[in-house]
Design a protein around this ligand. Sequence first.
Ligand code: SF4
Ligand code: SF4
Length: 307
Amino acid sequence: NLMWYFVPPEDFFNYIQNPLEHKYLFIFWLGFTIALIAIVVFIKENFCIYMCPYSRVQSVLYDNDTIMTVYDYKRGGEVFDAKGIKLWKKPEALNAECTGCEACVKICPTHIDIRKGMQLECINCLECSDACTKVMGKLGKMTLISWTSPQSIEDRQKVRYMRFKTIGYIVAMVVVFSGLLMMGSKKEDMLLNINRQELYTIRDNGRVENSYVFLFQNTQKQAYDFYFEVQNNAEIQIKRPSKPFRIEAGEKSKQVVVLYTEANLAKDAQKDTHIPLEIRAYAVDSQEPIEVFRKSVFIYPPNKSLH
Ligand code: SF4
Ligand code: SF4
């Protein structure tokens, strides 16, 4: 699926049959496959403990009101001191409910003791909570490990969902989604990708040519004839393609494009001159305007190269 994000599935299966012709695709596919198998078969929970970026990010976002897997130290009793040193296996404080059975520790896939507090390794799977529910259930009590916030354990109040941070996140998300919607509604009529080829060619008559590869994609539901024009410089002409070309609905078309000029665009320049180009590509035979605008450059040699 990851590879299909970059290479459409129908192309992927064709390409992968000829690995020598598609070396980079093959190397990436093989690399991802080996990495994923190694993670699942050998690295396992060590990925969560040492490699996963999520836990590093979440620890920055957390505060005392964040909902997570929390041990109720008020009911269960303190098992670790402030420095994380274990005081005893079973809390000895009067009324401490934790039995010290360590069912929560034994079942933890990342081998941590949640009674120590929030830790980077915790993946919030709540296995420890289920284990404690069984142990405490036999004693007719509620689990000591639950899905709540440290603050709600502290002050015995409900989790505070609406606070400055969450309201800030909601506002930020609304702004981002509104921006995405606005950008999404301005979908381009067609696609055009421009790649420059060699620097330039100087013909015997002094004509200067630049070549490009234009990749057009007709994203409309019907076929059209497409062509393009240089909008900002009348001195730069199109040599190739000489006439519009047809692209079927949803299809792509790669066009080798040669632009030329017979005018002196560099004056007395001693170095190559980069002349900005504004290209408008459009469907010739459409009633409604189907067009895109792209920028590129036309490179003109120093005058001494022309003589
Ligand atoms: S499972 Fe519950 S009772 Fe047993 S050690 Fe863990 S927190 Fe204490
Ligand atoms: S939630 Fe899962 S990872 Fe976290 S302490 Fe409990 S068992 Fe371990």
